[in-house]
Design a protein around this ligand. Structure first.
Ligand code: SAH
Ligand code: F3S
Length: 484
């Protein structure tokens, strides 16, 4: 009920992640990932680090020497999913007592050594900034000792680790550009689990994209909790930029410049990015998007609520009016832009008026889709400490349903705008419903399905859009696009 649409990536959640076998490696790693795209990309970094230690991935938990689950803490339900999963590992461990179990990611960071007590099956707890220590930690657990490293870092960006692509379609990939978040939205656990915000060296980003380009990948999504806040000035925390030398300041690279750099260097690759926080988004970024055909005309621009009172309580550092002005400017510069949202219903103190403001703001923006959630109090956040989670669950859920229903109307409104047009689609896989059809996405991130004919994975194809639902466009290819 929570999500209107699943993106192609989310289908990889909670599935064993696999990559090609490396000759000479004889240990077996079963790894799965929950939560955001950043977690998925982190799992690829972890697989790369462990491949150096003799581990190949396996899809069969029964034969695994090491089972790792990359976890999410964003809502209580996400944590419950992981705990249920750990129960399932118990069965496998009974049949294979040698098997070691580790938890990675945000839940590891939040619960730390407590995890070992709470879930007896767990041998290893590793936070998001400690993956480089995995070789030592794994050695410890192999020797029969529990191991924990949840130290958060000021510098770690894994810039030099070349991620092993897991369950990849060979066409689209994620590249992390920032880690951590400094925004301290009062409801959010991420600043506590992923630490302070830091950016990655642009040169290492370009080199990672080059290696993807050389392997024939066609699309890159630049990832961060807050990509628009990207700032490279030679390393260090975003919050310490003020103290940097004049030379470092003068040669600093911001997000607009990074995008420009990537899109110019790889003109045949498509670029996407996620996530944008409205308070950090500049029109420079929009102008760069307008300048390059290969930067997709789609922005995930969460607002969380349409009410100024709620935005303030959430410590979102902009008003509803400022957001609407930003959106107006975006549509002015790029009329074909599609925007998507994250919304939270039933945050502390939310009145019926506040909720109506959210619906009203949605009417004004008409997002192409959204990720919508009932507020879930997270331990340790400012909201948990200072505010009262006072909206009854049935009210949260009713408001959520209203938001979802309205989003569905708007999604249909947006998909209908494509019908009758010819649009460039990057082929990313076979349609779920029919082996005879490809699926891909147009620049606005809408899924397009069309008959395969002689086209191949990774082709850029012009598709005449003939029909739509609120989530999918259907059409027929009319030829290769000039991007091939
Ligand atoms: N900037 C991040 C946001 C991460 S959290 C990014 O890269 O996506 C993703 C979304 O989860 C948030 O935008 C918010 O809508 C939702 N969320 C976060 N904390 C929540 C909570 N305590 N309860 C309900 N939803 C929450
Ligand atoms: Fe969370 Fe707000 Fe950062 S939602 S990830 S604290 S931008």
């Amino acid at each position: 009920m929570e999500q209107v649409e699943k993106t192609i990536d989310e289908k990889r959640q909670g599935k064993p992640l696999l990559t090609e076998v490396r000759e000479g490696n004889n240990k077996k790693l079963f790894i799965e990932s929950y939560g955001c795209q950043m977690n998925m990309n982190d799992s690829e970094i972890v697989a790369a680090i462990l491949a150096e230690q003799g581990f190949n991935t396996t899809g069969n938990i029964e034969e695994a020497d090491l089972v790792l689950v990359n976890t999410c803490s964003i809502r209580e339900k996400a944590e419950q999913t992981v705990r249920n999963r750990l129960q399932k590992y118990n069965h496998a461990k009974k049949r294979n007592p040698k098997m070691k179990v580790g938890v990675l990611g945000c839940m590891a960071e939040r619960l730390k050594a407590k995890f070992l007590e709470e879930e007896k099956i767990v041998d290893l707890v590793v936070g998001p900034d400690a993956y480089r220590d995995l070789p030592n930690l794994v050695e410890e657990v192999e020797a029969g000792r529990d191991a924990v490293n949840v130290i958060l870092s000021k510098e770690e960006t894994y810039a030099d680790v070349s991620p092993v692509r897991l369950n990849s379609n060979g066409v689209s990939a994620f590249v992390s550009i920032t880690r951590g978040c400094d925004n301290m939205c009062t409801f959010c656990v991420v600043p506590f689990t992923r630490g302070r915000e830091r950016s990655r060296d642009p040169q290492s980003i370009v080199e990672e994209i080059r290696s993807l380009h050389d392997k024939n990948f066609k699309e890159v999504t630049l990832l961060g909790q807050n990509v628009d806040s990207y700032l490279w000035y030679g390393g260090g925390l975003k919050k310490d930029f003020k103290k940097a030398s004049e030379i470092a300041k003068a040669t600093a690279v911001d997000f607009a410049q990074l995008l420009d750099m990537c899109a110019t260097e790889f003109p045949k690759m498509r670029f996407r990015f996620s996530t944008s926080n409205p308070q950090d988004m500049t029109l420079d970024v929009i102008h760069i998007m307008a300048k390059h055909k290969n930067i997709c005309k789609y922005i995930h621009l969460p607002i969380q609520s349409g009410s100024n009172a709620m935005l303030k309580a959430m410590n979102r550092l902009h008003t509803r009016e400022e957001y609407l002005t930003l959106v107006e400017n975006i549509y002015k510069i790029i009329p074909e832009m599609n925007l998507s949202q994250d919304m939270i219903t039933g945050f502390c103190g939310e009145t019926e008026e506040d909720h109506k403001d959210t619906l009203d703001l949605m009417e004004k923006v008409k997002y192409s889709f959204g990720f919508m959630f009932a507020y879930s109090e997270r331990p340790g956040t400012l909201a948990a400490k200072k505010m009262i989670d006072d909206i009854p669950l049935d009210v949260k859920k009713r408001r959520l349903q209203e938001v979802i229903n309205l989003q569905q109307e708007h999604s249909l409104f947006r998909t209908q705008q494509h019908v009758g047009k010819i649009q460039e689609v990057l082929i990313e896989g076979t349609s779920k419903k029919s082996d005879a059809h490809w699926k891909g996405r147009n620049t606005q991130n809408t899924v397009v399905v069309f008959p395969k004919e002689n086209y191949k994975m990774g082709d850029f194809v012009n598709v005449k859009i003939e029909d739509c639902t609120s989530t999918t466009l259907r059409g027929t290819a009319v030829g290769y696009s000039d991007n091939n």
